[in-house]
Write a protein that binds this ligand. Structure first.
Ligand SMILES: NC(=O)c1ccc[n+]([C@@H]2O[C@H](COP(=O)([O-])OP(=O)(O)OC[C@H]3O[C@@H](n4cnc5c(N)ncnc54)[C@H](O)[C@@H]3O)[C@@H](O)[C@H]2O)c1
Length: 461
């Protein structure tokens, strides 16, 4: 890559080595072999893990890429300051959780990590830098950060939100539906925009690189997550209607999904969405709407979260009702702790809430998961004495009264349920919170089967 701007465009820094910073930079290093990519983080343990054989996050295909480029043109370090000095293109992928204190608590995004970095950039940077918002941020954050940086000639802030989904991050980064880059539409803004476009142009077709103004880019990310979550809540709301009327949610999903205006993706009914983003980003959108006095719009988006909570409450109520209104002292085995398959991430996982509700009913819990046990154990550390964590699903289900499928891991589709049934206390129950199992087969084995949005199959009346 030739030096054609005031920025050294063959060096890239990313601040924040998490689920976004790590995989995104690994793929940039893989695809831009003439660039040196450095990822920095204040969390030393995380950086040590990125430099080890056991990466800090589980993501299919990521190990191979990191092994290929680490030490060649991808580096992980805790030296944020030198990172800033050595690089002019700086992606910032730090966490932006929901604020838990003060104004906007429980809704607004907590921008304290971003602000710390803006101050550090202001104090350390010695020449012009492009600062790229990779984190998901409220609309107009770039403008607010400009005020902190206080030097429009030195810093150009761009928005380049990340649309990867955990579990498929590598594929999403290799073949993105689109890359969105927002900038100011000034001479400097457009120059910086071109530098970032050129990085992605190494592997992303030009028609998939969308450029907008900064505000549209920032808001698009919140809206994309809002729309995805809203689809999940829409189908889940109908699953409740199905259970009341003997309609079948899979038949409905297929009937409506074949309408090309609706499309078939994201129509699986389940215990609802989780993950660090959907709820946080919708709450953020709700907060923004409220702060502009758009209360009806805020209420509309807030209802997406309410339906998600309702769906989890309904799932637990269903367990309770069908197990004769008491689960106290009965062993319930949870299959799946991760918020979705193919990740070890448990942030906002429905498993956390459902486990807590079952414990309130005094059930004895066993949680099993192929990748996420360490994380869920941390999330539920206050319930230590009430939960066993067992990796092997057969061992976990031993002498249990019921199994609840909470993550759609392929592993759970292919277990020997006859063998499991034989080791369980009868009557044995299975609550398929992801609708991934062969319900007729399970019923034939002897289970009482409770899918979502479909008629339950019972051996008793
Ligand atoms: N996880 C996803 O699937 C996903 C997808 C798209 C967008 N996002 C957004 O990307 C952002 C990051 O998400 P994540 O899941 O990677 O978070 P994460 O918590 O996994 O990683 C953030 C990292 O930033 C580091 N950090 C915080 N302050 C720092 C500082 N001052 N200097 C250096 N490092 C610092 C933390 O130590 C942490 O390792 C969030 O805004 C999120 O909403 C996440």
């Amino acid at each position: 890559m030739k030096e054609i701007t005031k920025y050294r465009n063959n060096r890239i820094l990313c601040i924040g080595a998490g689920y976004v910073g790590g995989p995104t930079m690994a793929v940039i290093a893989e695809k831009c072999s003439d660039c040196i990519v450095t990822v920095v983080d204040i969390n030393k343990e995380r950086i040590d893990e990125w430099n080890s054989d056991k990466l800090p996050i589980y993501e299919p295909g990521l190990d191979e890429i990191v092994k290929k480029v680490r030490g060649k043109n991808l580096f992980f370090s805790t030296d944020v300051e030198n990172g800033i000095l050595d690089n002019d293109i700086i992606f910032v992928a730090v966490n932006t959780p929901t604020k838990t204190f003060g104004k906007g608590a429980g809704m607004a995004a907590n921008l304290q990590y971003w602000e710390i970095i803006a101050r550090q950039l202001r104090d350390v940077a010695d020449k012009p830098k492009i600062i790229v918002e990779k984190s998901t941020l409220p609309v107009k954050t770039a403008e607010a950060m400009e005020r902190v940086l206080n030097d429009k000639d030195k810093f150009e802030i761009l928005s380049n939100p990340e649309f990867l989904a955990e579990g498929t991050a590598v594929n999403d980064l290799h073949y993105p539906d689109r890359v969105l880059i927002g900038s100011r539409e000034t001479k400097n803004g457009l120059e910086a925009r071109k530098v970032i476009v050129d990085i992605y142009a190494n592997w992303v077709p030009s028609e998939k690189i969308i450029t907008t103004n900064t505000f549209s880019s920032e808001l698009s990310k919140l809206v994309a997550n809002g729309f995805l979550a809203q689809r999940v809540s829409s189908i889940n709301s109908i699953s409740a209607v199905c259970e009341a009327t003997e309609a079948d949610i899979s038949e409905i999903a297929s009937a409506i999904g074949s309408d090309s205006r609706i499309g078939s993706k994201f129509l699986n009914s389940s215990i609802g969405f989780g993950g660090s983003c959907f709820k946080k980003d919708i709450l953020n959108l709700v907060y923004i709407c409220k702060s502009y006095g758009l209360h009806e719009v805020a209420d509309y988006w807030e209802s997406v979260i309410k339906i998600n909570e309702y769906q989890q409450n309904r799932f637990v109520a269903n367990i309770l009702n069908s197990m004769f209104n008491t689960i106290a002292g009965r062993k319930i085995c949870i299959f799946g702790a991760a918020f979705k398959a193919n990740t070890d991430d448990t942030r906002e996982s429905p498993s956390i809430n459902i486990a807590k509700m079952l414990i309130e009913e005094k059930a004895k819990l066993v949680i099993s998961d192929p990748k996420a046990l360490k994380n869920i154990e941390f999330d539920l550390k206050h319930y230590k004495s009430k939960i066993d964590y067992i990796n092997d699903p057969y061992e976990a289900a031993l002498e249990s009264h019921a199994i609840a499928i909470l993550t759609e891991w392929d592993l759970y589709k292919n277990l020997d349920y006859q063998k499991i049934f034989e080791t369980m206390i009868k009557p044995a129950f299975i609550f398929d919170g992801r609708n991934i199992l062969d319900h007729k087969k399970l019923f034939k084995i002897g289970f009482n089967v409770f899918p979502i949005g479909k008629k339950a199959m019972l051996h008793y009346n």
